[in-house]
Design a binder for this molecule. Structure first.
Ligand SMILES: [Zn+2]
Length: 173
């Protein structure tokens, strides 16, 4: 069985995570993108308007595990088999495996590390490195589980609702 997840996560540690999560959940329910939760810890189910937030041309596919989870406790999100090491924004060099692993461990301790390019010395917080398939730590986070690919414009609106700096993590298992 395959598993697919798109997560939008706030990575700058700012904002009132619980309040932001609650307002976002209310908005998604209001827009009929999800219907109210089935019970504690269970995801919100897709609503009648779920298909309107998909990538253009993508059809909705019902799946018994379709759902949206909204997390308020900081957590690490990883692309797993999608993951690739990031490339330097200045010279394009791929960062070393050990450096990425060290950065991952530091971030897991809730401090976003800076990562430096071994080739040209460019340095930036890891959350600012261009990476189509990254990992990221933070809260709040909105996880669309087993949904078809989301419309980039909708993802942009979710990122705006979370505020601060955000990352989108796409996981396929
Ligand atoms: Zn570089």
């Amino acid at each position: 069985m395959s598993f697919r997840r798109e997560v939008v996560v706030r990575i700058d540690g700012g904002g009132d995570a619980a309040g932001i999560a609650r307002r976002l959940a209310d908005a998604l329910v209001e827009l009929n993108i999800v219907v109210d939760r089935r019970g504690p810890d269970l995801p919100y189910e897709p609503g009648p308007a779920a298909a309107t937030v998909l990538e253009p041309g993508v059809q909705w596919a019902d799946h018994e595990d379709n759902g949206v989870k909204i997390h308020t406790e900081p957590s690490m999100y990883h692309s797993f088999s999608n993951w690739a090491r990031p490339n330097c924004d200045r010279c394009g060099a791929r960062v070393g495996t050990d450096a990425v692993k060290a950065a991952f461990d530091t971030w897991l301790g809730a401090t976003e590390p800076a990562l430096s390019c071994q080739e040209c010395g460019w340095s930036a917080p890891i959350g600012n490195w261009p990476a189509p398939w990254p990992f990221a730590f933070g809260a709040p986070a909105v996880a669309f589980e087993n949904w078809p690919p989301l419309d980039p414009q909708f993802l942009g609106e979710v990122r705006e609702a979370l505020g601060g700096r955000t990352r989108v993590i796409r996981t396929f298992l």
